[in-house]
Ligand binder design. Structure first.
Ligand code: URA
Ligand code: SF4
Length: 223
């Protein structure tokens, strides 16, 4: 699936990359093992561990988030915290079995800052250099899996795959074919944006998110 590499041009001009750590002739198991030693950017010093993608080797759907959060960083598994719970609920409502999907992130280490005076670790958005550095892992996962559908949750995932100009606000919920017939790509907001929505907008944000995920359910079932 060459086109995914083509998007890398839009992240060029940066230094350091996971590229040197991606093994030749990769399988998911080989990639996961190798990713544990990645020093492609400085985030390996910030996060507790590499949180690699998870799911069956024959997954037809790949779901891409931004980066592991606090709970994912501790557990070593993607989307197990509050965003993961909302994602699970949306997938269930859309009739998509999470166990049949491969769930991963654009950036594999948790980037965080200490909240002054507390022990809370506050999520920090990964910058373009870090997204670019980590892209070879995502690309390798996609090359091994060759999915039918890729779901991008939020701008970081969408821009890692589709380029920095991509805007979730105008493109969300659209069935995109940026790489030819396959894979189909759909971008929507990140579940954390739904969770953070002001209380008077929360229900509407959740409804829109569910609507996008339901569309994916239809595609997956061939509807
Ligand atoms: N947010 C993400 O983008 N990914 C996770 O794995 C958890 C929260
Ligand atoms: Fe490697 Fe990605 Fe972690 Fe950076 S964030 S060290 S590129 S796995």
């Amino acid at each position: 699936m060459t086109p995914v590499s083509a998007t890398r041009a839009s992240w060029s001009g940066t230094t350091g990359s996971a590229e040197d750590f991606v093994p030749p002739k990769p399988t998911l198991a080989k990639l996961r093992a190798a990713s544990k030693k990645c020093k492609g950017c400085d985030l390996y010093k910030v996060g507790t561990q590499t949180v690699f993608g998870e799911g069956p080797t024959d997954a037809r759907v790949v779901i891409v988030g931004e980066q592991p959060g606090d709970q994912e960083d501790r557990a070593g598994h993607p989307f197990v915290g509050p965003s993961g719970k909302l994602l699970d609920a949306a997938l269930e409502e859309a009739g998509i079995d999470r166990g049949q999907a491969y769930v991963t992130n654009a950036v594999k280490h948790f980037k965080w800052d200490e909240q002054a005076g507390t022990k809370r670790r506050i999520h920090k958005k990964p910058n373009a250099r870090e997204v670019n550095a980590c892209h070879p892992w995502l690309e390798a996962e996609l090359e091994v899996l060759k999915p039918d559908v890729i779901v991008c949750l939020g701008a970081t995932a969408a821009q890692s795959l589709l380029g920095k100009e991509f805007r979730v606000s105008t493109q969300r919920g659209k069935l995109l074919r940026p790489f030819g017939a396959k894979p189909l790509v759909i971008a929507t907001v990140h579940p954390s944006s739904v969770l953070r929505a002001p209380s008077d907008q929360r229900a509407a944000a959740e409804k829109e998110f569910m609507k996008d995920i339901r569309k994916i359910g239809k595609v997956v079932k061939g509807g």
